[in-house]
Unconditional design. Structure first.
Length: 223
């Protein structure tokens, strides 16, 4: 099997480098999404973190600086990769769980490995609205249609280089029904630079990016 291209995706590495207080807050945020499908409010995060002796402002700053969370002008969460607090074209569901939305196609593909159970992704192809569904169980997946691919793109500008992922890449990493559809979309959007990923490459990228994000919680729970 070929290795997926280097997409400069590094959420797991970024999370591993967090200080313990920021790691705890990060897990609180991701767990809230997984349990409710919604982003925790800033007031709730401050209450929870202060209850554990954590400075919420400092921990959130660390999360945003490492591009693990993005905040809006009011300080509320607008991205907590792989989760989106607002509907996107990538809907993810699982047995007895909430409906959640992924920030991008790769984020959606990494959720099963991160959560530890199978998920179903229902997404729409940009411009056409054609449906792509992927049933993912950790490192295996069933794609419909079988010709579907992921186009992984990023805004090609010097200004975008320093932007968080939500502004730079998330809107341009999408499922397409065929490689031709992905290439055609790319041709129509020359401002976006990217690559077409096959099934293995896209799934491997999602697992590498997000698969270990909640692993520390499982390890602590087993002690």
């Amino acid at each position: 099997m070929t290795e997926p291209p280097n997409l400069e995706l590094n959420k797991c590495r970024a999370a591993a480098a967090l200080t313990p207080p920021a790691q705890r807050l990060h897990r609180v945020v991701l767990t809230a999404f997984a349990e409710t499908g919604q982003a925790p409010l800033r007031a709730d995060l401050e209450r929870i973190t202060r209850g554990h002796g954590i400075d919420p402002g400092r921990a959130l700053t660390e999360l945003t600086e490492r591009d693990l969370v993005a905040l809006d002008e009011q300080g509320e969460i607008r991205a907590a990769y792989p989760f989106s607090p607002v509907p996107t074209r990538h809907q993810v569901t699982w047995d007895r769980g909430p409906t959640v939305y992924a920030m991008c196609a790769v984020d959606a593909l990494g959720m099963s490995a991160m959560l530890g159970h199978p998920v179903t992704i229902t997404s729409t192809e940009p411009d056409t609205g054609h449906i792509v569904t992927v049933q993912v169980d950790h490192d295996t997946a069933r794609w419909q249609p079988g010709t579907a691919v992921v186009f992984a793109g990023t805004i090609d500008s010097s200004e975008a280089a320093c932007c968080p992922s939500v502004d730079r890449t998330c809107g341009h990493i999408n499922f397409f029904t065929t490689p031709d559809a992905a290439h055609a979309w790319s041709t129509r959007h020359p401002e976006v630079t990217g690559v077409v990923l096959d099934h293995h490459q896209a799934l491997a990228s999602g697992i590498a990016e997000f698969g270990a994000l909640l692993q520390p919680i499982d390890q602590e729970a087993s002690r």
